[in-house]
Design a protein around this ligand. Structure first.
Ligand code: NAD
Length: 506
């Protein structure tokens, strides 16, 4: 592994088809969260780099071929990108693992999902009718509703699923004929840089795809306020998301926000009536909360379990959580990686400390693990933590922790379960576990969340919309609505027999 002194800075800013260093010449070290050592050096852009990239995207939209390229050709390019992702799956999966701290297997799954997103949006646009003819009530009128690209899109993404979140924006933006500037998280930019290379290799014209590596408060903020940007699509935390919305408001650009979640996982006792049912519900609750060390917007971080099964359920959950093998994501047998940064681990530690002060009971975890060969002391590891006897007044129950911390609350009636599950300012996703199909449908219907899983947790489909109620955001990604975000709708009314109106008689 290289010391930072050995690292050679890469030109990671892409504008108008050229790779460049930052205008200021600044660079940033990218750290491996498993040992806190730098393993790459990227350009640290600022507002000037954002301006150059937006100008390139603007030119490519106003003068370039992409917005006017036939849909079939756009779809074919997206499919070529999917093929290149499959070709580079191992390399990209490894890079994602190293950058974001996830296991290599998770990295590979991410890349598969990225390829799926490109294929899905290719198929969706290719299958569409070019417009919708409207009955104008007269044989002398031809009226049609068509879709057009929005223009220049600013795409801002987080660090937990770096390439996946970028692809949910880039694939539909391109399918619809837009040009874009993407700004990946400053701490995990590497796979997005690689994707821009694949887009070029697939034949995307210069200036359509632009990238600026750099911080949110400079690059991201400039993109959000820029008068030449027509749409900003942001995925990240609530605090940054509201800043983006504010910055975008004066220019009245379209804004899509995919923000955080505080997601309930509701377990009814009837789901645990058989040994098999109990084992499945526990296993999935573990996965819901601890995959990628809980750094998942839809993490099932709030276990809401029927009181009669709480003790047995929580005991088994804690027993299994203690066995999760923490370590560097590239090591064989490791099941869970570190947190992404020192700052993120400190935030998690503060939440656990405040929960314990407020009366939560620690069932497992609550500390940094002992170092081991696969888990250097310098890495940002934190043990999977189960906090029992929690209630909604606790910060740890209300706020998004974004770490391996599961809180446990209990209920006695179905109404109480629904009330608890909806008692959040967020509304991204939630799960319900029950053996009663009627109850499953009733509860799913009452949950105020953008995705509801019944007897499952976490799966998503590219063809189904993803997004949140409440402060989990506005707009949707994936599915037909995820394409619609990147389009303007135009009604073209053609009078085939023009004649004077004579409203004014003079
Ligand atoms: P973050 O809000 O800190 O950063 C997200 C992105 O916004 C980064 O690229 C960052 O540089 C940029 N940014 C920061 N301040 C900005 C500003 N003022 N103007 C413009 N851009 C700015 O979030 P994060 O810590 O990278 O990611 C974790 C968050 O993302 C969690 O809250 C998680 O729930 C959320 N998330 C949501 C979804 C979803 O689908 N709803 C998916 C993944 C992550």
């Amino acid at each position: 592994m290289a010391d930072s002194t050995e690292l050679r800075a890469r030109d990671t800013i892409h504008a108008g088809g050229e790779w460049r260093a930052a205008v200021s010449g600044a660079t940033r070290e990218i750290l491996d969260p498993a040992d806190a050592r730098p393993f790459a050096l990227v350009a640290e852009g600022d507002e000037k780099d954002a301006d150059l990239a937006v100008a390139a995207a603007r030119r490519a939209f106003d003068e370039g071929p992409w917005p006017r390229t036939p849909v079939a050709q756009r779809a074919a390019l997206l499919r070529r990108v999917a093929g290149l992702l499959v070709r580079d799956r191992e390399e990209l999966g490894l890079l994602e693992s190293r950058d974001a701290g996830k296991t290599v297997e998770e990295g590979r799954v991410d890349i598969d999902c990225v390829a799926d997103a490109f294929r899905y949006f290719a198929d969706l646009v290719a299958a569409e009718a070019p417009g919708r003819v409207v009955d104008a009530g007269s044989p002398d009128v031809h009226s049609v509703v068509v879709h057009e690209p929005v223009g220049v899109c600013a795409l801002i993404t987080p660090w937990n699923y770096p390439l996946l979140q970028a692809s949910w924006k880039i694939a539909p933006a391109l399918a619809a004929g837009n040009t874009f500037v993407v700004k990946p998280s400053e701490i995990t930019p590497l796979t997005t840089v690689a994707l821009i290379g694949l887009l070029t290799e697939a034949g995307l014209p210069a200036g359509v795809a632009n990238l600026v590596t750099g911080p949110g408060h400079t690059v991201g903020a400039r993109m959000a306020e820029h008068p030449d940007v027509d749409l900003v699509s942001f995925t990240g935390g609530l605090v940054s998301g509201t800043k983006v919305a504010r910055a975008a408001a004066p220019t009245v650009k379209k804004v899509a926000l995919e923000l955080g979640g505080k997601n309930p996982n509701v377990v009814f006792a009837d789901a645990c009536a058989t040994e098999e049912g109990f084992d499945t519900a526990v296993d999935q609750a573990l996965n819901a909360a601890f995959i990628h060390s809980g750094q998942v917007c839809s993490a099932g971080a709030r276990l809401i379990v029927e009181e009669s099964v709480r003790d047995r359920f929580v005991a088994e959950l804690a027993r299994r959580a203690e066995k999760i093998r923490l370590g560097r994501g590239t090591e064989d047998g490791v099941e869970c990686g570190p947190l992404v940064s020192a700052q993120q681990r400190e935030k998690v530690e503060a939440y656990v400390e405040s929960a314990l002060k407020e009366g939560a009971v620690l069932r497992c975890g609550g500390k940094r693990p002992e170092p081991a060969p696969e888990r250097p002391a310098s890495g940002y590891f934190y043990e999977p933590t189960v906090l029992d006897r929690c209630h909604r007044e606790m910060r740890v129950v209300r706020e998004e922790v974004f770490g391996p911390v599961l809180t446990v609350e209990t209920f006695r009636t179905e109404d109480e379960a629904v009330a608890l599950a909806n008692d959040t300012e967020y509304g991204l996703a939630g799960g319900v576990w029950t053996a009663d199909p009627g109850r499953a449908r009733r509860v799913a219907g009452r949950l105020r969340h953008g995705t509801v899983w019944i007897n499952d947790f976490h799966p998503y489909l590219p063809q189904a919309e993803w997004g949140g109620f409440g402060k989990s955001g506005t707009g949707r990604e994936l599915g037909p609505a995820g394409l619609a975000e990147y389009r303007e709708t135009k009604h073209v009314y053609q009078n085939l027999a023009p004649a004077p109106v004579r409203w004014f008689r003079g």
